[in-house]
Design a protein around this ligand. Sequence first.
Ligand code: ATP
Ligand code: MG
Length: 371
Amino acid sequence: MAGVAAAYAALVAAGELRADPAQAAVAARLQELAETLEAPTPKPGLFGRLFGAEAPPPARGLYLWGGVGRGKSMVMDLFFGQVAVEPRQRVHFHEFMLEIHAAIHAAREASGEDPIPQVARWQAGRARLLCFDEMQVKDIADAAILGRLFTALFAAGVTVVATSNRPPDDLYKDGLNRALFLPFIALLKERCEVVALDGPTDYRMARLAGARTWLVPNGPEATAALAASFFALTDYPVEDRARVPTETIAVPGGRSLFVPKSLKGVAVFSFARLCRQPLGAADYLAIARRYHTVFIVGIPRLAPENRNEAVRFVTLIDALYEHKVKLLASADAVPAELYTAGDGVFEFERTVSRLIEMQSADYLARGHGAG
Ligand SMILES: Nc1ncnc2c1ncn2[C@@H]1O[C@H](COP(=O)(O)OP(=O)(O)OP(=O)(O)O)[C@@H](O)[C@H]1O
Ligand SMILES: [Mg+2]
């Protein structure tokens, strides 16, 4: 069965998804978009060729927003898998912005000219259709370039489909110099239909299963249970536990990261090593790509003054989740009670939802890797 709506209906019929009218409506809308994108672009007629008529505007995309676990990424991925458009790209927004900043940096080194038009041309050549998972803007460096970058991308005929936990008007909310960011919001709303997928069911929560991968509290019992899992996963003799190899992995951007225990695609870190030091998305993505399973020991309860640790932990879990990395952890609290007051509590809700899904039998059964 071809088409996004049909693919969705097939998954419901097979019992893999619960029927959800709001999701079905989004699937139908995405199917229309797929058909528009797949239609051959009309060649300009003689008149157009003579008078240099402008290319028709790109198909209007979709901006899907809603609470955690509503199925936004799931329907977008169905669309991405079905639509016959080349080249196309499905990317986590964090990861995309890291690549854009790297390209801007390289373009600036190579020539003294304004790098944004060059980078936009390069990016438009890589993807006519861009699917962003988890669009969020927290960083002034991103906020400052998005308007110009996307003006150029849309002008080059790129169509954008995005998922987000916030409506466009709440992007970069309370950010520094937000007034300068408003034109980007207006542009996004013009070039993407805004659709809420914000029904009552958090499907991630609904799939909760009982696997013991999140151990509470920190202490000798949790440590013993995690050690047993580590040795079971790696076939490493427990007697040799003092000699488990370490590793240093390269992080794009020229840095490196020390991994205290690394064996057969499994890594062990303390919370302090990952979240009390100034690490960021690039480090966490390097970990998520390199390891199929990550252990994090000693996760404390986070108070309002631990806001930096909480922000890093959110970024870390996003990277692990995106790459379907299996997580085993010991913590002082269950996910919902880890961080309940302070800056970024809203973003932390997604992390809580993901941590719960990451404990499910279904998540644990998925293969490692992005997409
Ligand atoms: N109709 C459904 N029936 C059963 N499971 C579903 C349904 N819709 C989504 N799911 C499952 O629920 C989980 C969460 O869905 P998804 O990741 O798409 O949510 P999301 O809206 O992108 O959440 P977030 O904002 O946290 O990224 C996934 O495992 C997905 O396969
Ligand atoms: Mg999602």
